[in-house]
Ligand binder design. Structure first.
Ligand SMILES: Nc1ncnc2c1ncn2[C@@H]1O[C@H](COP(=O)(O)OP(=O)(O)OP(=O)(O)O)[C@@H](O)[C@H]1O
Length: 279
């Protein structure tokens, strides 16, 4: 048996509502190694978020099993943290209070609250603020920060309990292109520093290649893994690599495959037919 950090076996998820059943995931098999950075791409509705939410323990599975460190997932845990596209900060708390919030909950939840816990929490919060370049904004409220800064706070907050696994669902989707580039290098840096295992969902293929060591391409109806690509880039990344032929070739290949699996080509053919009729 391998020592995979996350082992996904024959996982299926069906959403049942009064009017219909949606096969969000079907027969998903995937092993993720400790300290891997895996990115997930695929057409809308292929189940990327659902898979991440099941691993986070926020959603149950309908079939199969997922083992985390060899044990089935039975709910959320401090060993996993999730970062969403929308910053989900508490607007009434300052940057520092937001970052410490989960840690406080954990400490309060424990039977004994040691001074050492609080001190080490304060030390880590300061270190994370420093890492995120937010030291000047400790006492600011989220509404006083730009989108990129808010997302850096959200990442710092997620990192606060030292999660072994970081689950990121389109975390940079709402940011402008330049801020995204900064965030890419930041998150790679965090990955190296914290030795966490990262699962990262994105619609941006360039982002998926630049960040990941492997890319899982999913396909919809039913949600499934279509293909997995190894990223032919060294661990140490820099922005110029996006211009390398192997980068652009992989991007072209993945984009073409997403188009094929999404049925978008058919839509384009329909449009072409419509234009021909109109012409
Ligand atoms: N709570 C839910 N109830 C019913 N159907 C759901 C629910 N959550 C997701 N689905 C359906 O499951 C399928 C997979 O959704 P999911 O959000 O996981 O896909 P995705 O790949 O993350 O999509 P996107 O890229 O658009 O965010 C979709 O058809 C979606 O409509």
């Amino acid at each position: 048996m391998s020592d995979a950090k996350i082992r996904v076996r024959q996982v299926g998820k069906t959403f049942v509502s009064e009017r219909r059943e949606v096969q969000a995931l079907q027969s998903i098999d995937l092993d993720i190694q400790p300290n891997e950075f895996v990115t997930f791409v695929g057409a809308s509705g292929c189940g990327k978020s659902t898979l991440l939410r099941i691993i986070a323990g926020l959603e149950t599975l309908s079939r199969g099993e997922i083992l985390l460190d060899g044990k089935p997932i039975d709910g959320p845990g401090v060993d996993r943290a999730m970062v969403f596209q929308h910053y989900s900060l508490y607007p009434w708390l300052t940057v520092m209070q937001n970052i410490k919030f989960c840690r406080q909950l954990k400490v309060i939840g424990d039977t004994v609250r040691h001074d050492g816990d609080v001190e080490s929490a304060a030390g880590r919060a300061d270190a994370l603020l420093n890492l995120m370049g937010l030291t000047r904004f400790t006492d600011a409220y989220p509404s006083q920060l730009s989108g990129g800064m808010q997302q850096r706070v959200a990442i710092a907050r997620a990192l606060m309990p030292k999660p072994a696994t970081l689950l990121m669902d389109e975390p940079f989707g709402a940011l402008d292109a330049q801020t995204r580039e900064v965030m890419h290098d930041l998150i790679r840096h965090v990955h190296r520093l914290e030795k966490s295992t990262i699962l990262f969902v994105t619609h941006d293929v360039e982002e998926a290649i630049y960040l990941g060591s492997r890319i899982v391409l999913m396909a919809p109806r039913p949600g499934r893994i279509d293909s997995i690509y190894e990223v032919p880039l060294p661990a140490q990344r820099h922005q110029d690599m996006k211009l390398a032929p192997e980068f652009t070739e992989l991007k072209r290949e993945i984009l073409a495959r997403i188009r094929e699996t999404s049925g978008m080509q058919t839509d384009l053919e329909q449009l072409a037919k419509l234009s021909a009729v109109a012409g």
